[in-house]
Write a protein that binds this ligand. Sequence first.
Ligand code: HAM
Length: 428
Amino acid sequence: MALQRPQGTNDLLPSGSPTLKAFSSARGHEHVIGVARGVLERAGAQFMATPMFEEAEVVKRGVGGSTDIVRKEMFTVFYQGEHGGYVLRPEGTAPIVRAYIQNGLKQLPAPLKLWTTGAMFRAERNQQGRYRQFHQVDYEVLGSTDPLVDAEAIALMVRVVEALGLTGVGVKLGSIGDPEDRERYNAYLRELFTPERERLSGDSQDRLDRNPMRILDSKSDEDQRLIAGLHVQPMLAFLGEEARAHFEVVQGYLRAWGVPFEVDPSIVRGLDYYRRTAWELHHAHIGAKSALGGGGRYDGLAAQLGGPETPGIGWAFGVERLLIAMEQEGLVIPEPDGPALFLAAMDAENVPLVARVAMELRADAHVEFAYRAMKPGAAFKEADRKRARYAAVVGSNEAATGVLRVKALASGAQADVPLADLAAFLAQ
Ligand code: HAM
């Protein structure tokens, strides 16, 4: 049997592939990343990238030992049969902060705005919009505690979905407070859930010991029923004065700019490094459990990874999920332009000439050619199929005179163009 790709992964495919899906369209991925890059670079973000695998410790300390990601979903890297202590990165933030510390990026002017994109790996149960290898576009700002940076980050995220043409997207905004606030909240949750311990799922009993807040994020329906029955107070009710003031300022900016959002007191997020502002973007058709993206502030992360105290905030989109949402809204990803010129030879001996001319013209233009001799009718049909702007067929006459009859496919207009002038002709 032919070999198969690993479960939960996708091949990113060229247009026209028989098994193509919105989320596996290579062009779709490029489009989303290109649109996001435009938005982020116009806001001053610089591109950077980190390795696909990291010391497990970066992820464990960064993402946090009580998260599903670290407890159940990490891919371990083996080489020559040995576990090298590495894991495939499940997300981009801890690696970027590790790189920021290791490469002395603190010396660059703050706030430092960065963006990256690439594959992330989580051994999750496979379902629509949830994969074991998926792709993120990620934006991070290091070196500022200013709530203006939080608001700008959220507004940029909204700008990306708008630039993609999506309309059914809502921002759910919350705050998970400062560490002291979280401790008070966890103490409250521990008191509330301990008498119910036996009714919790095994995972959540474990969460009760490690980090009770994670219970609220449980994927078990029974846990969720129990939570609903207990009328659990939200994290927002436990915010200290500073975190509350910060949250108010962030909301004030968003309101003033007309960025639509809704306060969701129950936002917990699935990663441990967050403090204060945290949010998710949801799409009307994709369901509450699969966010298009999410982010938050992580002021303690750099110190957690052994670096100097450095505040940070950022977000990540799931590229596949954006593509699924776009498909559901009927948004079509623009086809790239066809070739400026399609060249074909009428007889076999002129094919090499056609190939040489095409390759020279490619210094400036998209030019394709036929690998075999073609009759003019077939050549123009092929040029049409490729959506070429111009086409020309080279016979012995053209080869001898060095002048090609170039046809504009849209209008049918023809022009005689010497080979030496072709580049300039196409550039018009
Ligand atoms: P996250 O919420 O874990 O945050 O992931 C961000 C987005 O990645 C999700 O909203 C979703 O669209 C996508 N995603 C996550 N897991 C999967 C999966 N298994 N399959 C498909 N898509 C998935 C983070 O990763 C943080 N690093 C975001 C951040 C950046 N916070 C601060 N800076």
